[in-house]
Design a protein around this ligand. Structure first.
Ligand SMILES: Nc1nc2c(ncn2[C@@H]2O[C@H](COP(=O)(O)OP(=O)(O)OP(=O)(O)O)[C@@H](O)[C@H]2O)c(=O)[nH]1
Ligand SMILES: [Mg+2]
Length: 228
């Protein structure tokens, strides 16, 4: 097999596992989201602010991926919800097999929301379906407005873009209007929310987006289970 054939085989195998995960989430009404961005765009910081705002009894869990270290899991475990680090050891993305393996000793039926923080990388994670309901891409104000045009795949596949570190706008040469325009050139229907994990700006809108998506996941469940 040549390299392209091997890549195709890996992606096909991943797709099968991803569909199995998606079906499990669907049957249980679990919303799964997959956060993707370049390293350091603020995924873990956003999750810290998100978990902090959740009611104590919320049925939420986080899987967080990195090449090395348990740093992100340690940061997120402080909020009292189940958190696991997936250390890939060098692989630049999470795949469905890793997710399945790390879910083995969690009861999915005890969850309403499963958040996956992918490995910091704007390219590789976009090719790997994890069975999620939605991919969410983060673009921070220190990365440059042109990133949606340079790395279009993940912007095309994401339902929502979070424009992060919005508090830094007065200090960085970043034109947020141009960044949004570029993102919409790639994906015209994509929702965009500006957020700052430092000041809390935009976090209400983000939490509202999450709540609405969770309701949709539950509504789908009812549609499936109510006999006709
Ligand atoms: N000013 C500012 N800094 C932020 C914000 N969000 C995150 N940061 C800082 O950006 C740096 C990276 O944040 P992380 O949350 O670790 O980013 P990440 O995307 O999880 O990084 P990886 O997991 O390594 O890809 C940290 O120093 C954060 O304190 C924000 O809204 N505003
Ligand atoms: Mg992180």
């Amino acid at each position: 097999m040549n390299r392209i054939e091997v890549e195709k085989k890996v992606l096909n195998e991943n797709q099968i596992l991803a569909e199995q995960l998606r079906e499990r989430y669907r049957q249980l009404g679990v919303l799964c989201i997959n956060l993707i961005s370049a390293p350091g765009s603020g995924k873990t910081a956003l999750l810290e602010r998100t978990l902090e705002r959740m009611d104590k009894g919320s049925r939420v869990a986080v899987l967080t991926g990195d090449l090395q270290t348990e740093n992100d899991a340690k940061r997120l475990a402080k909020f009292g919800f189940p958190v696991k680090q997936i250390t890939t050891g060098g692989t630049c993305h999470l795949d469905a097999k890793m997710i399945g393996k790390h879910l083995e000793d969690w009861k999915l039926e005890d969850l309403d929301l499963l958040i996956v923080e992918n490995v910091g990388n704007l390219v590789c994670p976009s090719s790997y379906d994890l069975g999620e309901d939605a991919k969410i891409v983060l673009l921070s104000t220190s990365e440059g407005e042109d990133k949606p045009l340079k790395y279009p795949s993940i912007f095309l596949k994401s339902e929502l873009m979070l424009l992060t570190k919005i508090d830094l706008l007065p200090y960085v040469p970043f034109n947020a209007d141009v960044a949004r325009e570029n993102a919409r050139r790639v994906h015209p229907q994509m929702e965009i929310i500006d957020v700052s994990s430092t000041t809390g700006e935009g976090l209400d809108r983000w939490m509202e987006w999450l709540r609405a998506r969770q309701e949709r996941a539950k509504a789908k469940l009812q549609t499936v289970t109510v006999p006709h």
